[in-house]
Design a protein around this ligand. Structure first.
Ligand code: APR
Length: 201
């Protein structure tokens, strides 16, 4: 009898789903503030002060309660370093939690950026587990204002999340990368398809 394949990927029009064990890693194009999930990842800054891009969109859609909670966290811990994350409630967003991850500012690519970016995604999954979140949406952290090249960021992001979903520690069932445009989707799809043989071995 031919054994069932360990992994399979299905590409729909602008959606890609990869099954990892009984979990799912998905890519979609869209606005992360519109897609329901238990936890939504944010691309924050280390001052947790809000900004433009996806951070601005999350605060606008979620309302002032998110910043009020961040004010309390800031008073307690000061800054959140690149590679780490903090969680707040999600206000009016279609979620229970926002996980504010601080990505690295991209310099020459040899100053710890890949490790810090990887750590952001790992922390998002770890905090989801601490909060009891089973579904998590994530943006392409650091690929906007922080200048991380999309193709390189996609490889790090997909590898970090797929490794977490392959492990035994997490109870997260589905992680969805919500990419803002077709080019970002394409880069993440390429990274996902490139990684599949590694996952299967
Ligand atoms: N949904 C999904 N993705 C989005 C959305 C959205 N609503 N808005 C923007 N994006 C995408 C961008 O196209 C980019 O690919 O999110 C990615 C990350 O871009 P930024 O938001 O600029 O985040 P980053 O590069 O990590 O820079 C963080 O920007 O806004 C400030 O406070 C933030 O200082 C921090 C810095």
């Amino acid at each position: 009898m031919v054994p069932a394949p360990k992994y399979n990927a299905v590409m729909l029009e602008a959606e890609l789903k990869l099954c990892i064990k009984d979990r799912e890693l998905s890519l979609v194009v869209g606005d992360i503030t519109k897609i329901p999930a238990d936890a939504i990842g944010n691309a924050a800054n280390s001052r947790l002060a809000g900004g433009g891009g996806v951070d601005g969109a999350i605060h606008r859609a979620g309302g002032p309660a998110i910043m009020q909670e961040l004010d309390q966290i800031r008073a307690r811990i000061g800054q959140c370093p690149a590679g780490d994350a903090v969680a707040t409630h999600a206000g009016r967003l279609p979620a229970q939690w926002v996980i504010h991850a601080v990505g690295p500012v991209y310099g020459d690519g040899r100053s710890g950026e890949p490790l810090a970016l990887r750590s952001c995604y790992e922390r998002c999954v770890e905090l989801s587990d601490e909060l009891g979140a089973r579904t998590l949406t994530l943006p392409a952290i650091s690929t906007g204002v922080y200048g991380y090249p999309m193709d390189l960021a996609a490889k790090v992001a997909v590898s970090a999340v797929a490794t977490k979903l392959s492990g035994d520690e997490t109870r997260v069932e589905r992680v969805t990368f919500v990419l803002f445009d077709d080019i970002a989707f394409r880069r993440f799809a390429d990274a996902t398809l490139d990684m599949m043989p590694t996952l299967a071995s």
